[in-house]
Design a protein around this ligand. Structure first.
Ligand code: SF4
Length: 64
């Protein structure tokens, strides 16, 4: 599983960081930064939660 983040779509709401702080961060402009493009199996649930909570649709999961 791989995370795709579209920083042109991100509105900097930060929901992803709150949902999975080990996987997502925000830069100085509050735009999403993916810390782990390939999350560990144990992180899948929180990553799916983060994607579901993103209000802008900037995040997507793709199967490898
Ligand atoms: S939740 Fe979505 S809009 Fe908010 S910072 Fe993360 S990627 Fe950007």
């Amino acid at each position: 599983m791989r995370i795709q983040a579209d920083r042109d779509v991100c509105i900097g709401a930060g929901n992803c960081v709150l949902a999975a702080e080990d996987v997502f961060d925000q830069d100085d402009d509050a735009l999403v930064v993916v810390l782990q493009e390939h999350p560990a199996p144990g992180q899948e649930a929180e990553v799916r939660n983060a994607v579901a909570q993103c209000p802008s649709g900037a995040l997507a999961l793709v199967e490898d």
